[in-house]
Design a protein. Structure first.
Length: 255
């Protein structure tokens, strides 16, 4: 019943449209062939909009560096097909390059300081060993002088020999203490210099690694999709300053 009504209604509409659009002519000229109606099916058509997302993707994020925020200097075109090793994104490394020069200078300075500390430690040790050796020789002389039999020289000379022996023993004890102190001081100074050098070299390595991190290449062949800016609702572009950890490029895994 519904289909019959629909056919009749459609025929009326078509007839009305045909009459309104036809050139002015006598109504008697129209024939039955001018009006056509067909039986069909009504279908609902829906327009869908949105973004397709892969179930799994390789997400490229802002690298972790000494700077919390970095600026995009170069970015792959959204939807571009890339090969493994192709550049996806490069961040501005101006601050890191300047920092790298400072770190290199710090390493050179630390190495010089270590060389000076080693030279001073060696010089101090040699000086203390010479003083210790001389103190031992002086003590041996004083001991020999003190062993001269009584009566071969005056009482005053015997007293002077005894005092000289005591002074030689005190000087030897002091020389031994100075030698131990020189060894300890040299060891401490060189240890501090070595630690400073190690710290400077570590910071230099980190600066160099940070610069390497600022250039991110494609891990595999595939499609590169630029991620959407989390606050502006658009895809990232050159000049954006992003926090570390934010997605920059996604490569759908299509396997």
């Amino acid at each position: 019943m519904i289909r019959v009504l629909f056919v009749v209604f459609a025929g009326i509409i078509l007839a009305t449209a045909a009459m309104g659009c036809a050139p002015s002519a006598p109504a008697s000229d129209a024939t039955a062939d001018d009006l056509v109606s067909r039986l069909g099916r009504l279908e609902s058509v829906h327009l869908l909009t949105g973004t397709l997302r892969a179930v799994q993707s390789e997400v490229i994020t802002v690298p972790r560096t000494q700077q919390r925020r970095v600026t995009i200097q170069w970015l792959v075109e959204d939807g571009a097909e890339v090969s493994e090793g192709d550049l996806l994104v490069e961040f501005d490394n101006t601050l890191f390059t300047t920092n790298l020069e400072e770190k290199e200078t710090a390493v050179i300075s630390a190495r010089r300081s270590l060389d000076q500390a080693l030279a001073q430690a060696d010089a101090g040790l040699i000086e203390s060993e010479i003083a210790l050796r001389q103190a031992r020789i002086n003590l041996q002389k004083a001991e020999l002088d003190s062993r001269v039999p009584t009566g071969l020289r005056s009482e005053y000379e015997d007293q002077q020999a005894t005092l000289a022996l005591e002074r030689a023993r005190s000087a030897l004890a002091k020389a031994e203490a100075d030698q131990q102190a020189a060894v300890a001081a040299g060891t401490a100074e060189t240890a501090i210099a070595r630690e400073n050098l190690a710290t400077a070299e570590k910071e230099l390595d980190e600066a160099e690694a940070s610069i390497e991190k600022l250039r991110i290449n494609a891990p595999d062949d595939g499609l590169a999709l630029v991620s959407v800016h989390p606050w502006e609702g658009r895809r990232h572009q050159v000049g954006d300053t992003l926090w570390m950890g934010l997605p920059v490029v996604e490569m759908p895994i299509l396997d």
